[in-house]
Design a protein around this ligand. Structure first.
Ligand SMILES: *[C@@H]1O[C@H](CO)[C@@H](O)[C@H](O)[C@H]1NC(C)=O
Ligand SMILES: *[C@@H]1O[C@H](CO)[C@@H](O)[C@H](O)[C@H]1NC(C)=O
Ligand SMILES: *[C@@H]1O[C@H](CO)[C@@H](O)[C@H](O)[C@H]1NC(C)=O
Length: 536
């Protein structure tokens, strides 16, 4: 809703009256604010208040008067547009906040902190606003990773992308160029993928692919603009000793989730026994993967059931009657939800159902603390949010399967009643997201759930909040991940462990194509006419 964009303040002419004809540059601070959780929204207003307070103090002290006009704008998420590139046309067209005079845009999130507005403005004065550039804390991948579409730059370790929560500074020249590029009547832009997974990497890649440092060449020939690392933008508040430059912008890590915090927040007491874990497996992984779950998080998950293509009493697994397929598992997911409802029956103490894969690792205690903040009597759909075709009218958000998808029990009943599969092998997680969007149930992102392995994420990001889940066992030691990253200690040594042989079938790309290929997505919407299959 455009009306939800509100310019909190268009202030403060620091221009001392009639100070020559030179107009001061405009600095726009945007707080990109997610709708959930409530706490994030409170942080957004706290951030904007803090900046305005600092500005008032500067004005009183007569510092920078005449140099800058500062605007602070809290941008609430519009529709599906949680990525910067998809939000830009709205920022420009509807809010009219990004103008021709804007020299700098400081793009913040709810967990960004501005510790010194004065220091920040001093830094801006040293940079050239006419240059097409953006500045941030640079993150690098250790190797090509699924969450970055296996971006095949020769050397992923050299492609910097910004840590969004630390804040990103764009020159007005660059942001205006981007806004032109993504305008509806826009240019011939290159979009690498229809999937939005990691907004920061996709943004850096979009700029690299579409913005040339030379104004006369519209498409970059040998690569475009790259993020500039800025030492005044930091991953945490803790300053490194002997820094030359103070941190003026930084990311604020989340308070660790504890059961003490659970009580303090006055939320509903939740433990692992309130959650029903529906684990999706298949015969070929019974011996390889289930023992790993049994040795790790199973100890905290009393209500766990393994749903497979084959019933095996020795584990036990429950047969879904759906043959295993390589690609999507829509029919299997729907069968799992139906069978789970039957299995749960009248048990009143089960409030949540979590769908996970047989190669998902979890911290059940941390998950319980997260869930206590949500009302299990309402329609709640939590997970790691991805987007599909967010730039288009048919775009939607969905929670990716491997990270774990949490559903409140009323929502499970609604899904079983109202959603169906366009084809048995349609991508289960995407169909679920599509159906829930049609039913008006938002995909609430839960920070800490991860679709990939710890090494697929920059270390700075993993420090931001205690991880809740990881996914995929290949090229990694799951028990180590469980202890090191998920705080697990209760490894069930009595569970037999098969030698771990699993390898990616044909390199990582295979994994990508199996689950989230572009072809599957396009097919999903175009060939099957998905809408017809929803009983709405
Ligand atoms: C858009 O890009 C494609 C592929 O690079 C090219 O074939 C086409 O001519 C371009 N169209 C315009 C209008 O520039
Ligand atoms: C440990 O594993 C064994 C064998 O799989 C199983 O019978 C037992 O219930 C597990 N213990 C816990 C606490 O999960
Ligand atoms: C939870 O949601 C239900 C249904 O909307 C409502 O009746 C109840 O008051 C809510 N509980 C809390 C603690 O907000």
């Amino acid at each position: 809703m455009p009306g939800r964009i509100c310019v909190l303040l268009v202030l403060l002419c620091l221009v001392s009256f009639c100070r020559g004809s030179e107009k001061p540059g405009e600095v726009l601070l945007v707080v990109a604010c997610p709708p959930y959780p409530l706490q994030a929204r409170n942080e957004c207003s706290a951030l904007s208040h803090s900046v305005l307070e600092q500005q008032r103090a500067l004005v009183l002290a007569g510092i920078f008067s005449g140099d800058f006009v500062l605007k602070v704008h809290v941008m609430h998420e519009l529709f599906n547009y949680w990525t910067l590139v998809d939000a830009l046309p709205h920022l420009r067209a509807q809010a009219r906040v990004l103008g021709a005079r804007t020299e700098w845009i400081i793009w913040c999130q709810h967990n960004t902190r501005v510790t010194s507005l004065r220091g920040l403005l001093e830094q801006l004065r040293r940079q050239d606003p006419r240059e097409l550039s953006f500045y941030g804390h640079a993150l690098y991948d250790a190797e090509a990773t699924i969450i970055h579409h296996f971006s095949n730059y020769q050397d992923p370790q050299r492609f910097p992308y910004p840590m969004l929560s630390a804040g990103v500074v764009f020159s007005g020249a660059l942001l205006r160029r981007l806004a032109d590029l993504v305008a509806p009547n826009g240019h011939n832009i290159s979009l690498h993928s229809d999937f939005s997974i990691d907004a920061s990497h996709e943004l850096a890649r979009f700029i690299f692919d579409n913005v040339s440092p030379h104004p006369h060449i519209s498409t970059p020939i040998s690569g475009g603009i790259m993020l500039k690392g800025a030492s005044y933008i930091c991953p945490t508040a803790a300053s490194v000793p002997h820094r030359k430059v103070a941190c003026v912008l930084h990311a604020q890590p989340e308070e660790p989730l504890t059961s003490l915090g659970q009580r303090r927040n006055g939320c509903q007491h939740t433990t692992g026994s309130h959650i029903y874990f529906a684990i999706k497996t298949c015969a070929k992984f019974h011996k390889e993967r289930i023992p790993i779950i049994e040795r790790t998080w199973a100890a905290d998950a009393r209500n766990r059931r393994y749903y497979s293509d084959v019933a095996d009493a020795s584990i036990p697994t429950i047969g879904t009657g759906i043959p295993n397929v390589q690609s999507g598992h829509c029919a299997k997911m729907m069968a799992i939800l139906r069978l789970s409802l039957k299995d749960i029956g009248e048990q009143q103490d089960i409030h949540w159902l979590m769908l996970v894969d047989d190669d998902t690792l979890l911290s059940v205690p941390r998950l319980s603390v997260l869930l206590c903040r949500h009302n299990a009597s309402e329609l709640v759909y939590l997970g790691q949010r991805y987007g599909y075709r967010l730039h288009a009218p048919d775009g939607f958000n969905y929670h990716t399967g491997g990270a774990g998808i949490v559903l409140s029990m009323p929502l499970v009943r609604l899904i079983v009643e109202r959603c169906s599969c366009p084809s048995a092998s349609a991508p289960d997680d995407m169909i679920l997201g599509y159906c829930l969007q049609a039913l008006g149930v938002p995909a609430m992102p839960a920070a800490g759930l991860h679709q990939a392995r710890p090494q697929d994420y920059a270390g700075e990001l993993l420090q931001l909040q205690p991880p809740l889940s990881f996914h995929k066992f290949w090229n990694t030691d799951p028990e180590h991940t469980y202890r090191r990253w998920l705080g697990g200690s209760l490894v069930n040594r009595s569970a037999p462990l098969a030698p771990h042989q699993e390898q990616p079938a044909a390199g990582p790309l295979h994994t990508m194509m199996g689950r989230h290929s572009l072809a599957a997505g396009v097919g999903l919407l175009q060939e099957t006419g998905l809408g017809k299959h929803l009983d709405l």
